[in-house]
Design a protein around this ligand. Structure first.
Ligand code: AMP
Length: 424
């Protein structure tokens, strides 16, 4: 029987070096930027009880259609799901452990959504993000938005645009209720002009209709009432304070009155970052907002929260489009060529690596020519060449692969000498 022809599952990718090195470097940069603003990393499980994600809202596509869920082998079996995003997990962790607020955390890792894959949209993708739990101070909103903007800047991105909106407050007295009524009446009156999908969405949650990117819906959405005209006094004051904060530190934004974002839990501040270099619906490189009710919905105390998630895969595409954040060097410093067939290459490599010098070698006792080819391909600056002659005299030949110059060096002095050259 022929061996099966396995492929990575639809919507997933194998990421090889050097692209994997670039992705790691981007996450490392985010870690630096987040730590500089006082955020600590949280590492939470990749799967959770399905109920945790259900709290994201029953009219959210991510919950209703896109969940990778399964039963474990327990009795009775527990229904689990791969995380589609991390805010719910972070709020579950907060409700469970009750850390001292304000709790400022950052995260990175893979997320899973059963979506129709296309360029920049995958079923497994990587996000980085932050959350601040336990304060409703609008300056916390400003701080996280400024952090994201600063991160894009540190990558060299210059064209990322920030769209800002307020969704008002939910609850009985909240401005959301009055707005939703106005929006529903408007959309019902124009339902015949909406796409079939949006007509269904309208039944469940009129706000979600604003999120439609379908061209058929565009005209109706353009004429819809906007949330900012319905804000209650507190939400309006909060929104003004966020805007004033952004202006105080010179972060440019556009008010985008129809920005509702894909997840149901947002209240007050919502924002999105778009990279115009990316095409159409896939140009959102990140977004976030306030989720003041989510910890409580997950069994914790009433807790305000603000945060964002950025799509790493798409940010890298945006970097390609702007020609910034090049792939970092991911080769070795030194390549050891040994034609003596003994253990000398093994020993030299071990010594170099212990001294912090990245070193590699060939395997299988291949010819000098074949090993030199590997050395040139490795990206190393230097080859250390060991022949019978060198072995006898306790030396090695150190060859600069760029200009071809070479010299004999005492084996005992090699690590020291390479260390010095590397420091130059
Ligand atoms: P969200 O969690 O939906 O607010 O998404 C935040 C960011 O994650 C988006 O702006 C995208 O950059 C990225 N993202 C969301 N879904 C996907 C996906 N299926 N594939 C790649 N990136 C995604």
């Amino acid at each position: 029987m022929a061996a099966p022809n396995f492929r990575a599952p639809k919507g997933t990718r194998d990421i090889f070096p050097p692209e994997s090195t670039r992705l790691r470097a981007l996450i490392d940069e985010f870690a630096v930027v987040a730590a500089r603003s006082g955020f600590g990393e949280v590492i939470s499980p990749i799967f959770e009880d399905l109920g945790v994600f259900r709290r994201l809202g029953e009219s959210t596509d991510v919950v209703t259609k896109e969940m990778f869920d399964f039963f474990d082998k327990g009795t009775p079996p527990q229904r689990l799901a791969l995380r589609p995003e991390l805010t719910a997990s972070i709020c579950r962790a907060y409700a469970e452990h009750r850390p001292v607020p304000p709790w400022k955390v950052w995260y990175e890792g893979p997320q899973f959504r059963y979506e129709q894959p296309q360029a920049g949209r995958y079923r497994q993708f990587t996000q980085v993000g932050v959350e601040v739990l336990g304060t409703d101070d609008p300056q916390a909103d400003v701080d996280v938005i400024v952090l994201a903007a600063g991160f894009f800047e540190s990558l060299g991105l210059r064209q990322v645009e920030l769209a800002l909106n307020s969704l008002g407050s939910s609850g009985h007295q909240g401005s959301r209720v009055a707005y939703e009524q106005a929006l529903r009446s408007y959309l019902v009156a124009h339902a015949n002009d909406l796409s079939a999908q949006s007509q269904v969405t309208l039944e469940r949650n009129p706000l979600r209709v604003l999120d439609s990117k379908r061209s058929q819906d565009r005209e109706v959405i353009a004429g819809a009432p906007v949330m900012v005209d319905y804000l209650d006094a507190e939400s309006a004051a909060h929104f003004s304070a966020v805007r004033a904060g952004l202006e105080a530190v010179g972060v440019a934004y556009e008010i985008s009155p129809r920005l509702v974002r894909g997840l149901d839990y947002y209240t007050r501040t919502t924002f999105e970052f778009a990279a115009p270099g990316l095409t159409g619906a896939q140009n959102a490189v990140g977004g976030g907002g306030r989720f003041d009710g989510l910890v409580e919905a997950l069994g914790g105390p009433a807790t305000a929260g603000i945060g964002f998630a950025l799509g790493v895969d798409r940010i890298l595409l945006a970097c390609d489009a702007e020609g910034v954040f090049d792939t970092p060097f991911c080769g070795v410093d030194v390549f050891v060529v040994d034609v003596t067939g003994g253990t000398e290459a093994l020993k030299v490599c071990t010594d170099l690596r212990q001294a912090g010098i990245a070193a590699d070698r060939g395997y299988g006792g291949r010819s000098m020519k074949a090993q030199m080819k590997l050395a040139n391909r490795s990206g190393a600056d230097f080859a250390v060449i060991i022949g019978e002659d060198e072995l006898r005299s306790g030396e090695v030949t150190l060859r600069h692969l760029g200009d071809g110059t070479q010299q004999r060096v005492a084996r005992a002095a090699l690590v020291n000498q390479l260390g010095k050259k590397r420091a130059l």
